[in-house]
Design a protein around this ligand. Structure first.
Ligand SMILES: N[C@@H](CCC(=O)N[C@@H](CS)C(=O)NCC(=O)O)C(=O)O
Length: 199
């Protein structure tokens, strides 16, 4: 399996999941700013990640994690339908990207590319406020267990954990104490540390 990767991009989710699962992979350095032809063949949209596994080509980080978890499972990282934790698992697996990380792409663009006098614009404020409001769902979940789907770490935590890391990189401000402690719990995992070290 080949993962097109840039440090701190969403390919980190895929590598983190592969490390947790113990699945072998290789990485190819890729840039969404300057995509080369090989990367564009795997992902014509030029977004990261892209994953090629034989005939399988995928470009959505959360979908790739679920693909790996089911292909190489059964694993405690994937909660199966029928398990009482499945609704929470599914919800937070998608929430980490759809509700948390995806809106932050606009902030990444603004932070790194906008002219100086437009960096603190109205949209930045709206998205930042919305991000913080959405953390209430994580806080409530952490009252029910240590992770998003109960007391066991799953792919849903990788999904949410990546978004918390992105918010940190964007300096979006302090997180509620329980969410902050949860984020630190995730990033102290050896598999995360190994994934982070991949260039
Ligand atoms: N929903 C996609 C989002 C992919 C995405 O936006 N990746 C970022 C890098 S972390 C990117 O390529 N941004 C450049 C762009 O949107 O053109 C996923 O989870 O994989």
């Amino acid at each position: 399996m080949k993962i097109y990767h840039a440090p701190r991009s969403r390919s980190l989710r895929v590598i983190w999941a592969a490390e947790e699962l113990g699945v072998p992979y290789e990485t190819t350095a890729a840039s969404f700013a300057r995509p080369d032809p090989e990367f564009l063949e795997a992902n014509p949209a030029g977004t990261l990640p892209a994953m090629v596994d034989g005939e399988v080509v995928m470009t959505e980080s959360v979908a790739i994690m679920q693909y790996l978890g089911t292909k190489h499972g059964p694993t405690p990282l994937v909660v199966e339908p029928g398990d009482a934790r499945y609704p929470d698992y599914l919800q937070f697996l998608l929430f980490g990207e759809a509700s948390l990380a995806a809106p932050l792409n606009a902030l990444v663009g603004t932070k790194f590319m906008a002219p100086e006098d437009q960096k603190d614009n109205f949209t930045v404020k709206v998205i930042t406020r919305s991000f913080h409001r959405r953390l209430a769902l994580i806080e409530r979940q952490l009252q029910r267990g240590d992770y998003m789907a109960g007391d066991a770490f799953t792919l849903a935590d990788i999904s949410v954990g990546y978004a918390l890391g992105l918010a940190d990189m964007l300096e979006l401000g302090e997180l509620p104490a329980t969410v902050d402690a949860y984020g630190k719990r995730l990033t102290s995992r050896p598999a995360y540390q190994r994934a982070l070290a991949v260039a």
